[in-house]
Structures are given as structure tokens and as C-alpha cells.
Design a protein around this ligand. Structure first.
Ligand SMILES: Nc1ncnc2c1ncn2[C@@H]1O[C@H](COP(=O)(O)OP(=O)(O)O)[C@@H](O)[C@H]1O
Ligand SMILES: [Mg+2]
Length: 326
């Protein structure tokens, strides 16, 4: 039987947007018992989960990418698998494959680690392209096809992938077109100086063992359904369109964002509104997620790159140039 403390038992149904906000807040607070700082990163991962979508975490080694993904899975009360990507990992190692069962003298399908609600694809750029595509296909289709048979991956299905931004030997950078499968690319930067002290203090105290599963797959699906009730005005839709189309004719951008970026901005803005307890989207919801939605979908012109111009500066300028609806 359940042995959780009483206040942590969350009812299965989700009443209204206030309830979505409460549950999101409770879950994020629980994750923060382990992960120091990174409030905006945690919020973005949660938004992706509500959209049944995937996140790429990019950062230098040792910035708690793995710890963040693992803690999330625990708090969401979901099944969790971790795949450490290496150059010799084969597609079948992640999707699963048929194995011969001596007892029944037949081949039976043994599920690979992709069969989980939350999948940590750790150091994704270290795997060979074939294995990366098997992962990306499962991410796009929410299903896996092995030996002609299709297996559906039930929601929530969220891949949290990590990669180190520094080009290392023996890595296979993800092709731009495949990066599009990730709702967000979230950059994990070095911690704030006070946070760094807290990180050490927590290590001294030892790892927390009492992190509770606050949510469950059923509650998450119920929260996902609530997203349909978030109102988004035509003026905000046009605002999103203006941002996306502006990336396509900017002097510093070689390749702009496609319509998928607009869809992501729309859905993710709704999810952000919901976790803040609102049943309508405001332009700020769009602005706040614009960078992590657009940064991996744009390519700067070589001359801009040579001048040392950074994507965050370009995207910030675009957001300043696009008129915000009132
Ligand atoms: N912001 C942070 N909050 C909590 N622990 C942290 C933080 N940053 C680093 N750590 C600690 O540093 C170690 C490295 O974290 P890890 O998740 O393995 O890093 P990465 O996957 O980014 O290489 C972990 O033991 C973790 O406890
Ligand atoms: Mg790691």
C-alpha cells in the first residue's frame, strides 16, 4: 500500500486551470529539492511534458543535466529509462528486438528502453546516425516499428536528451532537420554563484531519498487534456506568425524557422498559460518560450557567425522588432 505522507496524495482528476497550476507548482517544488536553481529550465521541461513533447538539454558536463532528467521522472511518477548513447549502440538496443524463447520455441519481442514514459537519451550526439534516427522516429511518431510490427508508445512520452555543446572527437552532431523534433533546446548554463554554494551544501548533506512521485501518467494525461481549454486569441496567433515569418527574411539569418515552430509556439504558450493558472494566452507566454523554440531551428548567415554574432542576440532583436498585440 501507499506509504506516502498524506499531503502528497494528489487527486486523479484535474479540476481547473488553478488546479493545473497547483499540481505543476507542487511538482516543480519537489524537483527543486534536488536540483538547485534552473527554475526556467525546469518550467520548460514541464511545459514539454504537458505538450507530450521532447526536450534537448545542452550544457557542459557536470551541470546536472542527468540529475534533472532523473529527478523529473521520479516526481512525475512515470516509468523511466536511461539510455547512455555511445558510438556502438545499435537501433535494436533502444527499440527492442525479437529474442528466441527456448521454452515456447518461438521468437518473442523484448521491449527496448524506449518503452517508458520518460526516456533520458544521455549524450545523444555520441551515437551513430542510424541509432539517432531510430530514436528520432520514435519521438516523431510516438510509435516503434520493429520487424514490420508497430508498437504504440502510450502518453506521456517525453524524451529528455542531453548533449555537450563542445565538439568532441567521435561525436555525430544531430542534423538540423532532426533537431526540429525537439520542441525546445534548453541551454543549461553555469549556476549562479549563490547556487553553487547550495550545490556543495546539498552534497555534504547527502542525496535526498525522499523525493515523492507527485504526479502519475493518468494525472499528466488529464492535465494535457486541459490544454484544449486554454483560449488563444487570433491576435496572438498573428503575433506568433509574425515572429516565425520574420526569421525567414532577416539579414543575419540564412535559414529561418518553419511552420512547425509556429505550432510549437502556440501549443507551448497554452501550456505555459495553464501552469500559471490562466485559461488564456498572453503575448508574454510566447516571448518567454521563443528562444528555446527558435534557437535550434535557425541557422545564422556565415558572415554573421564570423562576426561572432550569437543567436540569442538575433532572437532578442527579432522579438523587439515584432509589434506586440495589446
Ligand atoms: N544545479 C545543481 N543542482 C544539484 N546538483 C548539482 C547541480 N549542478 C551540479 N550538481 C551535482 O553535480 C553532479 C553532476 O551532475 P550530472 O547530472 O551528472 O551532470 P551532467 O549530466 O550535466 O554531466 C551531480 O552529482 C549533481 O549532484
Ligand atoms: Mg550526464
Amino acid at each position: 500500500m501507499e506509504s506516502r505522507p498524506k499531503e502528497r496524495i494528489v487527486p486523479m482528476e484535474v479540476a481547473d486551470m488553478g488546479d493545473v497550476r497547483g499540481k505543476a507548482q507542487q511538482a516543480l517544488t519537489e524537483v527543486s529539492k534536488v536540483v538547485v536553481g534552473y527554475q526556467d529550465v525546469l518550467q520548460k521541461i514541464f511545459i514539454a511534458v504537458l505538450c507530450d513533447a521532447h526536450v534537448l538539454l545542452e550544457g557542459m558536463p557536470g551541470l546536472a543535466k542527468t540529475v534533472t532528467a532523473k529527478t523529473f521522472a521520479r516526481v512525475l511518477g512515470c516509468t523511466f529509462k536511461r539510455i547512455q548513447f555511445t558510438p556502438d549502440l545499435l537501433p535494436g538496443d533502444i527499440t527492442g528486438s525479437s529474442v528466441y524463447d527456448q521454452k515456447t520455441t518461438t521468437f518473442v519481442f523484448r521491449e527496448g528502453p524506449l518503452f517508458a514514459n520518460i526516456v533520458l537519451a544521455d549524450e545523444i550526439n555520441r551515437a551513430a546516425p542510424k541509432t539517432q534516427s531510430a530514436l528520432l522516429e520514435a519521438m516523431g511518431e510516438h510509435q516503434i516499428t520493429v520487424e514490420g510490427k508497430t508498437y504504440h508508445l502510450p502518453p506521456p512520452f517525453c524524451v529528455i536528451a542531453t548533449q555537450n555543446p563542445i565538439e568532441q572527437e567521435g561525436t555525430y552532431p544531430l542534423p538540423e532537420a532532426q533537431l526540429d523534433r525537439f520542441y525546445f533546446k534548453v541551454i543549461m548554463d553555469y549556476p549562479m554563484s549563490d547556487d553553487e554554494v547550495e550545490i556543495m551544501a546539498r552534497q555534504v548533506k547527502g542525496l535526498r531519498q525522499d523525493i515523492a512521485p507527485i504526479l502519475s501518467p493518468e494525472i499528466i494525461v488529464a492535465m494535457q487534456k486541459k490544454m484544449d481549454l486554454v483560449w488563444i486569441d487570433n491576435r496572438v496567433l498573428r503575433y506568433i506568425r509574425d515572429i516565425t515569418t520574420k526569421t525567414r527574411d532577416d539579414a543575419q539569418i540564412a535559414v529561418g524557422a518553419g511552420p512547425r515552430a509556429s505550432l510549437v509556439l502556440m501549443k507551448a504558450a497554452k501550456a505555459r498559460a495553464a501552469i500559471l493558472g490562466r485559461n488564456y494566452v498572453i503575448p508574454d507566454d510566447v516571448k518567454e518560450i521563443a528562444y528555446c523554440t527558435l534557437n535550434h531551428r535557425l541557422q545564422l548567415k556565415p558572415e554573421a557567425e564570423l562576426e561572432g554574432i550569437k543567436k540569442d542576440v538575433v532572437i532578442k532583436r527579432l522579438l523587439e522588432e515584432v509589434p506586440v498585440p495589446i
